[in-house]
Design a protein around this ligand. Sequence first.
Ligand code: COA
Length: 159
Amino acid sequence: MVEEILIVPATAADAAAAAEITREAFTGVSIDQAIQDLLGPAAGRSWQDIKADEVRREIQQGPGDCFVATCGGRVVGYVTTQLHKEISQGRIPNLAVEKPFRGRGIGRKLLLRALEHFRGLGLKQARIETLTTNPVGQRLYPAVGFKEVARQIHYVMAL
Ligand SMILES: CC(C)(COP(=O)(O)OP(=O)(O)OC[C@H]1O[C@@H](n2cnc3c(N)ncnc32)[C@H](O)[C@@H]1OP(=O)(O)O)[C@@H](O)C(=O)NCCC(=O)NCCS
């Protein structure tokens, strides 16, 4: 039997599983990785550790504003959000689906769930970013209604 995928609000207990997915998911689509490829790890921490900690913190700090995809009770994907109520804007800093579960519409469902959450809170705008090295983001985000407004260049140097 194929297990059903559920999209549900995250709980703080999901933070560890989401952090673990993060470690595997972002190869080739992470600014922290690009920095590390150029300069090496600062303070001895891998880019996977840095990114996984970021996602863990986002979920622990606002689990009700993040969502997870579960399969048979196991977390297989997540989306995190940040609410900037003063400018009526919801942001989506992180979205990932475990590799074996990709290409089944789970990423799209997570994204749509986050947008529904923003609308439910009365927010007027949603914002998301992707890298030019990420073809999935560049297809998925416009497909759900996002419009491109800018491209940014990130610089880094050793001190
Ligand atoms: C981005 C991500 C969450 C999408 O999850 P997913 O469950 O595979 O997404 P979906 O199945 O909903 O498909 C998303 C869309 O991308 C498209 N897509 C998939 N692979 C693609 C590729 N290599 N190039 C272009 N488009 C692609 C799919 O066709 C689909 O579009 P469609 O519905 O119009 O056909 C997942 O790929 C992932 O975890 N990637 C690594 C982390 C990441 O890049 N996060 C986003 C950072 S901006």
